[in-house]
Design a protein around this ligand. Structure first.
Ligand SMILES: Cc1ncc(COP(=O)(O)O)c(C=O)c1O
Length: 430
């Protein structure tokens, strides 16, 4: 077995000096590196910079920007970009044949691979263009009558709330939003808040698996069990959860789950999935019409007309890349990066951490505020002075910066952010 120095040194030399000769070389670098750290705990590997440098080199990042907004949308590694370019080139050879007959049918392999990873039957897995589409299919397609109530939170995603508000205007449903502290005192507290807010007409609970604002994880299985015992459906917004931290469908026990794949899975932009439990499919109307013969077919949710096949096929490479790192190792690294900047700022006067350190409650996405300073002004300052890119969040009940590193983020970039925040605390925004 080569020594550690020899192994990673050779890997980097090959990666940096020459472009890989074969299409999946970037992936094999990652697989080789992972084999080298296999057997060590994810927490140990989380701080192994040699290993993470191999991952970093699998991307085409602009390092003049310290991009700490990977929550909105993430870069894809080279192997995904290259796969998408290949599928696009083939599509353009003679699209009615090469895209529709050669490239598009491969969506079935993608469906199988996603279903295996999520832990469901492929016949329960629809491939969509993002979480918005996945969730709106269920939000607009689920049967609700005038006066029926949807229970959600005042920290759910704007577009998803807008969707119910449109149904309220159009059909007279009602929406009730619970509030919760950031971070909450416990996971049970979140279940209790939902339970207490249930009214006689509550038909749906809609909540995030992890919120985009502070990275609060919700105890989905407990919410589903509580709701099911009262005949209430639960729609889970997993936009930021899938491939961020490990879980499978059976850990959640939910019937509906929508996610984006261009966030934490690092898949092509414009990809997502919708899981619907098999016996619920027939009851949900698709967003775009499908014939009655497709009523119980999950593919009715994919009847969207002509669309690029390259994007959804390259999900397969993103999933392979994700599995080459390993879901546990990835989550441990994301927590490690998060802890690194949060521990540095923790306890300093005026610093408000809006995210818990508890691994049950959070992972790589976290939120920090500074009392007396507007998040927008801090974000502007970080960008203008150090090209650090973060997301200002202003909620009625708290405010702060949302920080989302990813697997390609260098330790120095996280440190630069923490140092910049320390300077703001000392000198203000001058
Ligand atoms: C919690 C949450 N739900 C849904 C979405 C919608 O995702 P997309 O824009 O990929 O459809 C987002 C996007 O950031 C989100 O944060």
């Amino acid at each position: 077995m080569p020594s550690r120095r020899d192994f990673f040194g050779r890997l980097f030399a090959g990666a940096v000096i020459t472009r890989p000769a074969f299409r999946n070389d970037w992936l094999s670098f990652v697989e080789d590196a992972t084999r080298f750290v296999d057997g060590r705990s994810p927490a140990e590997v989380a701080g192994d910079e040699d290993y993470w440098q191999t991952i970093q080199r699998a991307f085409t990042i602009d390092r003049t920007i310290n991009n700490l907004n990977n929550g909105g949308v993430s870069p894809s590694p080279r192997v995904v970009q290259e796969a998408m370019a290949r599928y696009l080139a083939i599509s353009n050879e003679a699209p009615a044949y090469s895209m529709w007959q050669l490239v598009e049918p491969q969506i079935e392999q993608v469906r199988q691979q996603l279903a295996r990873n999520f832990g469901c039957d492929p016949e329960e897995m629809a491939i969509t263009r993002n979480a918005s589409e996945a969730l709106e299919i269920v939000q607009l397609g689920i049967h609700l009558e005038k006066g029926d109530e949807v229970l959600t939170t005042n920290q759910d995603y704007g577009r998803m709330l807008t969707t119910y508000e449109q149904r309220a205007r159009r059909e007279g449903i009602t929406i009730r939003k619970i509030s919760f502290p950031v971070p909450p005192p416990s996971m049970q507290d979140l279940v209790d808040r939902f339970e207490k807010a249930i009214g006689p007409r509550t038909k749906v609970i809609h909540c995030c698996h992890i919120t985009n604002l502070t990275g609060q994880i919700f105890p989905i299985r407990d919410i589903v069990r509580m709701a099911r015992s009262r005949n209430i459906e639960v729609i889970v917004d997993g936009a930021h959860a899938y491939a961020h931290f490990p879980f499978q469908r059976d850990d959640l026990e939910c019937d509906y789950y929508g996610t984006s794949l261009h966030k934490w899975l690092l898949a092509p932009h414009g990809t997502g999935f919708l899981y619907v439990r098999r016996d619920r499919i027939a009851d949900i109307w698709p967003l775009m019409a499908a014939p009655p013969s497709m009523d119980s077919n999950i593919r009715k949710f994919e009847e969207i007309g002509t669309h690029p096949a390259a994007n959804h096929n390259a999900i397969a490479e993103a999933l392979t890349f994700h599995e080459a790192i390993g879901a546990e190792r990835k989550a441990a690294r994301l927590r490690y990066l998060r802890d690194r900047w949060m521990r540095r700022l923790e306890g300093k006067p005026r610093v408000r951490l809006n995210t818990s350190f508890d691994p049950e409650m959070s992972c790589g996405l976290a939120n920090v505020g500074i009392d007396g300073l507007e998040p927008g002004a801090i974000a502007d300052h970080l960008w203008k002075t150090r090209r650090i890119f973060v997301t200002p969040i202003v909620h009625d009940e708290y405010k702060g910066l949302r920080i989302t590193p990813n697997v390609y983020t260098r330790i120095e970039e996280v440190d630069d952010f923490a140092v910049a925040m320390e300077k703001v605390l000392k000198n203000g925004l001058a």
